[in-house]
Design a protein around this ligand. Structure first.
Ligand code: PLP
Length: 489
């Protein structure tokens, strides 16, 4: 009998893993790949050109039975994935709102993956909780938010995945407050109250979604009229609340937006807050993109009245150089939030929780488990410093102001909404179809990518400026491209 061939020996479990040396080598190559990508991303067509199914058809129908080397994975990133990417980190990306990212943030995310901790309880990794609490207290000061949102008062902040989740949590706490806790205990149907929420017609769609998820019913969301600047009309809000009270319904929640998604409109938070306080309604403030601007004292008036709010959120993953996902959610009364979401099974009991001296962030959002997301936020703040972040916000707002002035100087175009910060809403003076065709030509060029909205029934182009590496030359090139495409109309 021939001796067993050592090359067909079954691998031991330890042999199956990537060795430390392989990890180092592949890790360095991966970081090099990312650095090179970020260097060349501005030369790539911004909007992906693949058709539905193209990416999948380039993938094998069956998974590999045996190990494939790292180099082969990387080849497929270039061959299969790259053509299917829209380059959100391109400085020629001006669509939607930014999802900007940065070196320190990528490193924080990498470290979070490397540590692999699960921060559901303080006890499951105390640093994961305490760094987060501490950095979010810093942010209260950095954004000029009210002290009631600090963990050292009765409030506090928590990182959520998205603004959508924050809005949902705010709605749930408000529901509990309005029903005296009965909606959690007995269910909404037993509460004998039809709860009604309010927001403007420009409010982000995540609120309608939250109404559905919370079992409150989308039909019980009132969309309040806006003024000429697309900001909520407080007088109309007051009227709607009165009408609903007369009809025997129970108003309970208002969402005000600082920087609406369509046009960056800023709701009159103070006037809305005064109504909410008088009527005892929960006020949630959604500042998903624009909250970042308050890093600069000169833009801090956008937060006027926020001290009247029960909750507030903004997304460092939009405009503060922190990789998706990172939304920051503050409440003024953390006990109410925790009461709404806590359930304590035996297997999670521990001395620290029982002592009441710690935050268990699992009680502050929907999921149980949580990553160490504070690392990327902490690294970003340490890399740029408050002054660096302020300088970049000012740079982006100045670029938007320049773009606006160029649009105004070309009488084929019009500005359709005020520009408080870094979003310019504009259109060709012409039909919706002409504007739609213009946008299609601009985006087909691959040289820039913008998206659109509708304000009233007008089709509007949005120039959203917040990319990490955007410079004046990119904005200028985009404007030249838009003008050139308009000439071919
Ligand atoms: C982008 C945006 C949202 C939703 O953001 P997610 O974090 O993706 O849920 C909510 N509100 C406003 C005003 C936004 O601009």
């Amino acid at each position: 009998m021939p001796p067993p061939d050592p090359s067909v020996r079954r691998p031991s479990p330890a042999d199956l893993h990537m060795t430390s040396d392989e990890f180092r080598r592949a890790g360095h190559a991966m970081v090099d790949w990312i650095a090179a990508y970020l260097e060349r991303v501005e030369t790539l067509p911004v909007l992906s050109r693949v058709k539905p199914g193209d990416v999948r058809s380039a993938l094998p129908s069956e998974p590999p039975a045996k190990r494939e080397p790292f180099e082969r994975w990387l080849e497929d990133i270039d061959r299969v994935v790259m053509p299917g990417l829209t380059h959100w980190q391109s400085p020629n990306f001006f669509a939607y709102f930014p999802a900007n990212a940065s070196g320190p943030s990528i490193l924080g995310d990498l470290l979070s993956a490397g540590l692999g901790v699960q921060g559901m309880l303080w006890a499951t990794s105390p640093a994961c909780t305490e760094v987060e609490t501490h950095v979010l207290d810093w942010l209260v000061g950095m954004l000029g938010l009210p002290d009631r949102f600090r963990s050292t008062s009765h409030g506090g902040g928590v990182i959520q995945d998205t603004a959508s989740s924050s809005t949902l949590c705010a709605l749930l706490v408000a529901r509990e407050r309005a029903t005296g806790g009965a909606s959690n205990d007995d269910g909404l149907a037993a509460c004998n109250a039809r709860l009604v929420a309010y927001a403007s017609t420009q409010t982000h769609s995540s609120l309608a979604k939250a109404m559905k998820i919370a079992g409150l019913g989308e039909r019980n969301l009132r969309l309040i009229d806006v003024d000429q600047a697309y900001a909520m009309r407080a007088d109309r809000l007051r009227e709607a609340i009165a009408r609903d009270r007369t009809a025997g319904l129970t108003p309970f929640f208002v969402c005000a937006t600082i920087g609406t998604t369509s046009s960056n409109a800023i709701d009159p938070v103070r006037a809305i807050g005064e109504i909410c306080n008088a009527e005892k309604l929960w006020l949630h403030v959604d500042a998903a993109m624009s909250g970042t601007a308050a890093l600069c004292p000169e833009f801090r008036p956008i937060h006027d009245g926020v001290e009247l709010a029960d909750s507030y959120c903004f997304n460092p993953h939009k405009w503060m150089f922190v990789n998706f996902d990172c939304d920051v959610f503050y409440v003024a009364d953390r006990a109410a939030l925790i009461r709404t979401l806590t359930v304590l099974p035996e297997y999670l009991r521990n001395a620290a929780t029982a002592s009441g001296a710690v935050f268990d962030y699992r009680d502050w959002h929907v999921p149980l488990g949580r990553r160490f997301r504070a690392l990327k936020l902490w690294f970003v703040i340490r890399h740029y410093g408050v002054e660096g972040l302020q300088a970049l916000v000012r740079h982006h707002v100045a670029l938007a102001a320049a773009f606006e002035s160029w649009v105004r100087a070309d009488d084929r175009f019009e500005i359709v909404a005020p520009r408080p910060l870094n979003l310019v809403s504009f259109r060709l003076r012409g039909s919706n179809e002409e504007n739609e065709a213009l946008l299609a030509r601009v985006n087909a060029s691959g040289e820039a990518y913008l998206s659109h909205t509708k304000l009233g029934d007008r089709y509007v182009l949005r120039m959203s400026i917040g990319q990490t590496r955007v410079e004046e030359r990119h904005v200028k090139a985009a404007w030249t491209l838009i003008q050139r495409c308009a000439s071919r109309a």
